[in-house]
Design a protein around this ligand. Structure first.
Ligand SMILES: [Zn+2]
Ligand SMILES: [Zn+2]
Length: 271
């Protein structure tokens, strides 16, 4: 099986507002997004399909066909529109990123020929994307940032072995990184709010449970969580998962960017 991906961009406006609710309740649930005049985003949609290689042509499917199908749909229905007002489906369903990605999945999947829709990832901005896969529920990934120092050193290895394995990362006084943390939650969009999680609550939880403890700290010296542990990014991803899991009922995955070049993922025990 081969997988290929095509990106389609569009801009759209939306407002999160349930007409039956009072202004106060809308503001309480949707925050700034409840502004009835609307606001907008430059969305990036990644379409990944899978299929068997056609031995004659050397391709699975012509990416131009994907571009025409998805690009055409997006251009007709979403690009340059105020979704709540201009789109029949989003007059009835709040145009959250989760709802938009679900709508696009249901519209695109049945129309593909010679390939199957494998994954749709819709970026609302560089810090937030919703994703739908073949078997998955919808997921929502929020990106956070923290800076921290660490020293890679294992108590189970000799001084020489530590230097051999970790090189300059074994520097006794440590070194630091700009970490980017991707927190992914999963679920079905709530039929009323269109959300799988309250982003404000998620931000507060990540801030109080993780960022407050790790940001601008030396992981080996200043934190309880890494006492006696070697804070490699594998371990940092796993520890952050364990810190958040008791507070998030729908935690799916932790992604950790140690640098722009090094990325680590942890799905919890057993996965
Ligand atoms: Zn928005
Ligand atoms: Zn490092």
């Amino acid at each position: 099986m081969l997988y290929l991906s095509r990106r389609v961009d569009f801009s759209a406006m939306h407002s999160y507002e349930i007409p039956d609710w009072s202004e106060e309740k809308n503001e309480q649930v949707f925050g700034l997004c409840s502004n009835p005049s609307g606001h907008g985003h430059d969305y990036k949609l990644e379409v990944m399909v899978k299929g068997e290689l056609n031995e004659k042509s050397g391709i699975v499917v012509n990416t131009v066909d994907i571009k025409q199908l998805v690009g055409g749909l997006v251009e007709r229905e979403l690009d340059g529109k105020f979704l709540n007002r201009d789109h029949a489906y989003f007059q009835e369903h709040i145009p959250t990123t989760e709802n938009i990605v679900t709508y696009l999945w249901n519209s695109i999947a049945p129309q593909l020929e010679n390939c199957t829709l494998h994954r749709l990832r819709l970026h609302e901005n560089p810090y937030l994307f919703a994703e739908k896969g073949e078997k998955n529920m919808v997921t929502l990934t929020r990106k956070y940032h923290f800076s921290a120092a660490h020293r890679l050193h294992s108590e189970h290895l000799s001084a020489e072995e530590n230097i051999e394995l970790f090189g300059k990362c074994n520097n006794p006084n440590g070194h630091g990184h700009n970490y980017y943390l991707d927190v992914t939650v999963q679920g079905e969009p709530n039929p009323v709010t269109g959300m799988i999680t309250d982003l404000g609550d998620l931000d507060k939880t990540v801030e109080s449970v993780v960022l407050k403890k790790l940001d601008h700290k030396h992981l080996n010296l200043d934190t309880e969580e890494f006492k006696g542990l070697n804070p490699t990014s594998e371990v940092v991803a796993k520890v952050i998962y364990e810190m958040l899991d008791p507070h998030l009922s729908n935690l799916h995955k932790i992604g950790l960017w140690e640098t722009e070049k090094n990325y680590f993922e942890y799905f919890g025990p057993g996965e």
